[in-house]
Design a protein around this ligand. Structure first.
Ligand SMILES: NC(=O)c1ccc[n+]([C@@H]2O[C@H](COP(=O)([O-])OP(=O)(O)OC[C@H]3O[C@@H](n4cnc5c(N)ncnc54)[C@H](OP(=O)(O)O)[C@@H]3O)[C@@H](O)[C@H]2O)c1
Length: 207
């Protein structure tokens, strides 16, 4: 199986690292500053080294820093599938349970990232669910759906296979511009959390 490097040492990075490791992948976490990462017993390296040495990269850094991080990694990400878990959440607090974004409706963070590293193949995924139900989710209604998008069809198949191994069905919503629709799902997902303190739900596509 291909090696996976996770750029980001927060709860998403650690959750995916443990889940992917359990699923049999060789995983390394990249941190911007830390030599060790709480909750992860595997290898830790700096962002650039981890991105360089991995076949597939997962980006899970703070949304406000994502563009700068990706610009800095642009050369080492060239030709690689980059699974983008980030959301463009601003530093302002939520209002009435609605988080504020620093992008508007005719823009998305992933489009900015794709421009910052044009030779990388970004695929949006894992952004519309909380870390508590991100790996092997169990719902009485069956498998939840992860909406994905990106310009490279092969990369999207690669990501769908990873999602399958982590217990998800995937729904391909097209090219990078569709991140304009997928990123706001995080705002929707968070509202029951902030209003009712419920953080254990997920989306399902029915047709
Ligand atoms: N939390 C969730 O349940 C959830 C669910 C879905 C998607 N997301 C999205 O996934 C991403 C990661 O979320 P998270 O909650 O795991 O962690 P986070 O706190 O948003 O991000 C942690 C990572 O960002 C890095 N970082 C922070 N500021 C930085 C800066 N100025 N320059 C470079 N790197 C910086 C940290 O560096 P260090 O390694 O040095 O600490 C760490 O690796 C976010 O974009 C979030 O919106 C979160």
């Amino acid at each position: 199986m291909k090696s996976i490097g996770i750029i980001g040492s927060g709860i998403v990075g650690v959750t995916l690292a443990n889940g992917l490791s359990e699923a049999g992948y060789s995983v390394c976490i990249g941190s911007n500053t830390k030599p060790t990462v709480e909750g992860w017993n595997g290898t830790v390296g700096l962002f650039k080294n981890v991105a360089k040495e991995s076949d597939i990269v997962i980006l899970s850094v703070k949304g406000t820093s994502a563009e700068d991080v990706v610009r800095d990694l642009s050369e080492v990400l060239a030709g690689k599938t980059v699974i983008d878990t980030t959301n463009p959440i601003s530093d302002s607090p939520p209002e009435d349970g609605v988080i504020e974004y620093f992008t508007d409706t005719n823009d998305s963070l992933m489009e900015r990232l794709q421009k910052a590293a044009p030779k990388a193949d970004f695929v949006k995924s894992f952004n519309s669910v909380g870390s508590a139900v991100m790996v092997q989710p169990k719902f009485s209604a069956g498998k939840p759906t992860m909406f994905i998008c990106g310009n490279n069809a092969v990369s999207k198949v690669e990501v769908s296979n990873i999602l399958d191994k982590l217990g998800w069905e995937s729904k391909d919503l097209g090219g990078v511009k569709s991140a304009r629709a997928i990123e706001p799902l995080c705002r929707l997902w968070c509202i029951p959390g902030f209003l009712d303190n419920k953080w254990d739900h997920a989306f399902k596509f029915l047709s």
